[in-house]
Design a protein around this ligand. Sequence first.
Ligand SMILES: Cc1cc2nc3c(=O)[nH]c(=O)nc-3n(C[C@H](O)[C@H](O)[C@H](O)COP(=O)(O)OP(=O)(O)OC[C@H]3O[C@@H](n4cnc5c(N)ncnc54)[C@H](O)[C@@H]3O)c2cc1C
Length: 382
Amino acid sequence: MAHAFDVIVVGVGSMGASTCWHLARRGLRVLGLEQGPIPNPEASFAGLTRAIRLSYAEHPDYVPLLQGAYKYWEVLEEESGEEILRLTGALYMGPPNGELVSGASLSAEQHGLAHTLYTHAELEENWPQFQLPDSFEGLYEDKAGYLLSERAVEAFVAEARKHGADLRGGEMVTNWTTTNSGVRVQVGNNEYSAQHLVIAAGAWTGKILNDMSLPLVVTRQVLGWVAPPRPDNFISDKFPVWVIDGNKGEGVHYGFPITPDGSGGEGLKLALHWPGKKVDPSTVIRDKLPNDDSDIQDALIRYLPSGRGPLLSQRVCLYTNSSDGDFIIDRHPKFPQVSLACGFSGHGFKFASVIGEVLADLATNGKTDWPIGFLGLSRFAR
Ligand SMILES: Cc1cc2nc3c(=O)[nH]c(=O)nc-3n(C[C@H](O)[C@H](O)[C@H](O)COP(=O)(O)OP(=O)(O)OC[C@H]3O[C@@H](n4cnc5c(N)ncnc54)[C@H](O)[C@@H]3O)c2cc1C
């Protein structure tokens, strides 16, 4: 049977929009279906900026993918003419032998990445904005910074459309089935068919793949922007992207330099990365809750007292956490014409530019040369 499309992508968010871009650049006929508007302000890339790091604390196996991601962010910038990636350097701080600093060191050493280790005294001398427990140490790397995430998704969408992709907002996929020659996808009373299906549904993955019982937990995360008394001390020539792995029970916090042009929002942005609060994506409260402000202020009191100021704005966003914190990228175990990518566990955006290529490979060739074996579904069977 002839299909109107080669590939249907469910979810035109971070990974889906990039997949549409990669597929359309290859000359394939792509249909992207998005339940919200495009771009969707409730998707997980919302909130203007996302950190990008290379000495990857989570696992050294991510580094080759990251190197591909940096390359494709540059390609997207060139093709779209938009500035998306800003290298400000990044500083990771925590207790000795904590997961953050030792994990980043391991990745840097294993992959020969430029980095510098700092003692507590050196951290204090170079970045007096921070107040850290005496035992804390740090790792700094230049080749890190942040991405303008909303602008990036807009660029994926615009470039995919230039290459002929048909991307439609307000189209919630309610069901999909496989056929002898491909897939059939249902949106209300409408049906679309294609040879391949890519599911990149973010926090809603558990609903559209409910028969797979994927080990996913969605959490509510709050981003805050505050007004420090001396904003000049927090712009990127003095202040990098940062992550602090607290002592046991104190969580992981991170933040960004102030963007004087306002592209990253007005004020100093910071957030609590872990732990988040478990929610259902359909019923999550996106308005401000009583404790939201204190989560942000507590981090300032503890680590950045000179940055303390009134909350200017906040944004609620969803993490889709896998049970081990690693992404899930694979072909469907029963249907080879269906691929899926989910469980980006609060650290996936920086990879979006390359994950789109991975998913385009899986859809069109059934395999990819990118090293994604450690992200496959088979690990959950072990
Ligand atoms: C507060 C916060 C801070 C973060 N910070 C960082 C960071 O600093 N660095 C970093 O690398 N990562 C970070 N992340 C993680 C990163 O943003 C996510 O991992 C990434 O955006 C997930 O992409 P996704 O494509 O899986 O989901 P999304 O971008 O949410 O896309 C999924 C899309 O699918 C659509 N959809 C779902 N179901 C359907 C359906 N049935 N039919 C049609 N459309 C559907 C949704 O509406 C959505 O648009 C952060 C995330 C949050 C929430």
